[in-house]
Design a protein around this ligand. Structure first.
Ligand code: HEM
Length: 393
């Protein structure tokens, strides 16, 4: 007797512990103890009424149709079951628009297992679902079944806690977390590429230097605009130094270190008088023995009153006969004759200091310029004629 009672108590305790809803037991007992019979008690009860309607809907061949199943829900408006279903439906609809029925019907079962709260519907649905041998014909069918293909093909819903997993089934694998590359924290959300860097100079010094050069040599531009049509940049939030309104960092740097002093004055040389032709012609010039040349002699080879038509000039103390070079001079013969009969070093360097005159006129050198006092007597006496410079270094 005691053993039987103890076994019964243990069984009831185990059932309550497992189900967690003692109210369902009382409702079930009240159903069978009702004087009007089990069916009337069920139809009168609020939670049992839903079972009848739902079961009726399922009997109309709507087990496979979620729409017909949902059509019965409005009749239970205002009841707890409806509120619970609506809340769960709102959670699932945005994520599973194509299979609303599966989500709606399967999630409540999972939640019931998870929270174990004393919901009225929990005991009824679980009793009818998990007890296939029950003699209650009004139980709500499990839809979809636990081992159905629909449940297996149910869209994966990320389960934050393992308690949402149906008992007896494996927990879904954790969602893959996108690996972020190690580095400085990015200001952009993961998965999005940062915008390309702005085409600006990274160095403030380079930027300021470019601005200085541009402001000095570039064409004047109106304030607030650049030569490239780029609108002026306002206060920058990227830490880029502010540009002056009269210049732009997009402006091309100047390709020369100094502005051109004057336009080019190159002349069109006659054919066969290119710089390369002069280089070849200079090699064929006869050797002229060097000698001391006084300023008075140099003056006789000037541009004016020169009947000899031989033109000399002096570059850094060396006397050159520039007559053969006249047709090869890119600046023209007229420019070259400006220094005939005198020292042309200053004018030469003012015009083209980059020209290697010493190499170009090597074969045209006739002597060195000396003062009148440095000339030997016999040489001074012989200035009108040929000068013998034998013995000179
Ligand atoms: C006597 C020695 C001289 C030699 C060997 C010489 C040689 C040259 C050479 C090689 C060039 C071409 C430079 C270049 O393309 O960059 C040139 C250009 C020129 N030279 Fe001379 N030159 C001499 C004297 C002079 C003198 C004395 C003047 C003027 C008074 C002069 C006026 C010019 C001018 C105006 C140009 C054209 C510059 C330009 O627009 O590119 N040259 N000369």
């Amino acid at each position: 007797m005691y053993i039987g009672i103890a076994a019964l108590v243990l069984a009831v305790s185990a059932y309550i512990y497992r189900e967690g809803v003692p109210h369902s037991i009382f409702a079930r007992l009240a159903t069978f103890w009702s004087p009007n019979g089990p069916l009337k008690a069920i139809t009168d009860g609020s939670e049992s009424k839903s079972s009848v309607e739902l079961n009726g809907a399922s009997k109309n061949g709507s087990q496979a149709s979620g729409t017909s199943y949902r059509a019965g829900l409005p009749s239970r408006k205002g009841k707890e079951e409806v509120l619970v279903d609506d809340d769960e439906e709102e959670e699932e609809d945005p994520t599973t628009p194509t299979a609303p029925v599966q989500i709606q019907l399967s999630i409540p079962e999972i939640n019931d297992e998870a929270d174990g709260g004393p919901r009225k519907r929990k005991g009824k649905s679980r009793r009818s679902d998990l007890d296939p041998d029950s003699d209650d014909d009004l139980r709500v069918p499990m839809f979809p079944a636990l081992n159905s293909a629909q449940r297996a093909s149910r869209p994966s819903i990320p389960s934050p806690t393992p308690s949402l997993v149906v008992p007896g089934s494996m927990a879904p694998p954790p969602l893959p977390v996108p690996k972020l590359s190690p580095g400085p924290p990015s200001l952009f959300p993961p998965g999005l590429m940062p915008p390309p860097p702005l085409p600006m100079r990274s160095s403030a010094a380079a930027s300021s230097a470019a601005n200085a050069r541009s402001a000095q040599y570039s064409r004047p531009v109106s304030a607030g605009s650049s030569s490239l049509g780029v609108p002026p940049s306002g206060p920058s939030s990227l830490g880029v130094p502010q540009q002056r309104s009269s210049s732009s960092s997009l402006q091309l740097p100047p390709t020369h270190s100094q502005p051109p002093v004057k336009p080019r004055q190159k002349v069109i040389l006659t054919p066969g008088h290119s710089p390369l032709d002069w280089a070849n012609h200079q090699k064929r010039l006869p050797f002229i023995p060097l000698r001391r040349i006084a300023p008075s002699e140099l003056a006789t080879h000037g541009a004016r009153k020169n009947e000899t038509k031989i033109y000399w000039t002096v570059l850094e103390g060396k006397v050159y006969d520039m007559t053969p070079y006249l047709p090869y001079h890119p600046g023209g013969e007229k420019e070259l004759l400006r220094v005939a009969g005198k020292d042309g070093t200053k004018l030469f360097n003012l015009t083209h200091p980059w020209v290697n005159w010493d190499n170009m006129l090597r074969g045209c050198e006739v002597g060195i310029l000396v003062s009148e006092n440095e000339m030997p007597q016999k040489e001074s006496a012989a200035t009108a004629g040929e000068v013998d410079l034998e013995g000179m270094d």
